[in-house]
Design a binder for this molecule. Structure first.
Ligand code: NI
Length: 145
């Protein structure tokens, strides 16, 4: 199996907060990311597709195909936006990197025609990254094994 990866970046504003909590409780939970007037991050995104080589092309998937999907479906939607208010697919979601990785996965996975989506990593900086590799197996399946 091969894993083909592309990287992209975007800049966006957000505020992490739960409406049902006080400002103090939000600060305790989210730290500086709960700043009431928001703040920005430079986000790094990695998208990985797993598959086997197509002998006709020598490729698993063309890098350009993944890049175009990521640019049109994600980067164009989130770059230089406020994630709490500007982005339809983030509406009602606390804009953590976990939630972004999960939502980006849900958007991309049906659009990958060669191979299958392997993981999506979103980082607020190189030292803070989250990788989503799809839903966990059902609890009952784990109990069976
Ligand atoms: Ni933040």
């Amino acid at each position: 199996m091969f894993i083909v990866k592309i990287r992209a970046s975007y800049s966006a504003a957000h505020r992490l907060c739960r409406e049902d909590l006080s400002e103090e409780a939000n600060y305790a939970l989210y730290g500086k990311c709960s700043n009431p007037n928001g703040h920005g991050h430079n986000y790094d995104l990695e998208v990985a597709v797993a598959g086997e080589i197509d002998p006709a092309t020598g490729m698993v998937i063309n890098f350009c195909e993944i890049q175009q999907l990521v640019d049109s479906l994600i980067i164009d939607q989130v770059d230089h936006k406020n994630l709490n208010v500007d982005v339809a697919f983030m509406r009602g979601v606390i804009p953590t990197v976990e939630n972004m990785a999960r939502i980006f996965w849900d958007i991309l996975t049906p659009r990958i025609r060669n191979g299958r989506l392997h993981h999506v990593t979103v980082g607020e900086r190189n030292s803070n990254m989250v990788t989503y590799a799809g839903p966990s197996p059902a609890r009952s399946k784990l109990a069976d094994s």
